[in-house]
Design a protein around this ligand. Structure first.
Ligand SMILES: [Zn+2]
Length: 276
């Protein structure tokens, strides 16, 4: 199995978004924070699987360099996030540069629907999108906009397949969904960063890749069991961190958050994350 890390530009958020501070005021603390993180990669992933190409998240679109792309009334987009994406960094052109055809992308698995993961959806009109029921519901309508999603930017044809977690217990996870016939690509619910967040597990021989989306901003923060500054439910986020720890302890696992500058290196070198 060949896996490619695709960096679709850069994002910077508040330091307290990357690593939450406080309990009740955690989300407010994030917004009021004046310090920014360094520019972080926006990774998405392309898996050349014998059953078809699988894309995990779609990264951000260069349209975000136009300020009118974001709703001005929303405090998060106004004060909480900065993007830097060039047109040639978008996932569509990057996949073509790999010599692959977008029409051969069979599945696009979305960890969640925040704009820096969903901005490239429009590149894949012929693929099957896999989204969790909760995530899709949360993203829609004006309530979705309040929560920080941009449903108005979803293409009109966007009609994802809702993942029904029918699998019994899988490692530390209570349930999951098997994507491939070979049963080597699975989706597991990892609520925390968003309530409908899910992660993708790819088993390749002795190694397991864990495509974490935003369950943490780096493997170090996962090791530290740190909760980010935007998770709506800290208890749920903490339970998910426990599960991921237990899963990682179960066998060599390469843990790959979307915004960890070291993710690509760990993926290429197949370096497992060690938790105690
Ligand atoms: Zn996110």
């Amino acid at each position: 199995m060949k896996i490619h890390a695709i960096e679709t530009g850069l994002v910077s958020v508040k330091s307290r978004q990357r690593k939450g501070v406080g309990a009740i005021g955690r989300r407010l603390n994030t917004l009021l924070d004046r310090t920014w993180t360094e520019w972080l990669p926006i990774y998405c992933w392309v898996v050349e699987h014998p059953e078809g190409i699988i894309v995990i998240d779609t990264g951000e679109t260069a349209r975000t360099s136009d300020p009118s792309h974001f709703p001005k009334w929303h405090p998060y987009f106004r004060f909480g996030v900065r993007m830097r994406v060039e047109p040639e960094q978008e996932v569509g052109s990057r996949i073509k540069k790999l010599g692959l055809s977008l029409n051969d992308v069979r599945w696009v698995i979305m960890t969640h629907l925040h704009t820096d993961h969903a901005g490239g959806i429009y590149h894949f009109p012929t693929s099957e999108f896999l989204v969790s029921r909760r995530e899709y519901a949360l993203s829609l309508g004006w309530k979705g906009k309040l929560r920080g999603y941009l449903p108005n930017c979803f293409p009109t044809w966007f009609d994802p397949k809702i993942v029904s977690y029918t699998l019994g217990e899988y490692g530390a996870f209570r349930t999951g969904y098997t994507v491939t016939k070979a049963e080597d690509v699975l989706v597991v619910p990892t609520p925390g960063h968003t309530l409908g967040h899910q992660s993708v597990i790819v088993r390749d021989g002795e190694i397991t890749y864990f495509f974490a989306g935003d369950t943490s901003y780096s493997d170090q923060l996962m090791i530290e069991r740190s909760i980010d500054g935007v998770s709506p439910n800290a208890k749920l986020a903490s339970e998910t961190i426990d599960r991921i720890h237990a899963f990682i302890s179960g066998g060599p696992t390469v843990y790959l958050p979307s915004h960890d500058p070291q993710s690509k290196e760990r993926m290429v070198q197949r370096i497992p994350t060690i938790v105690s």
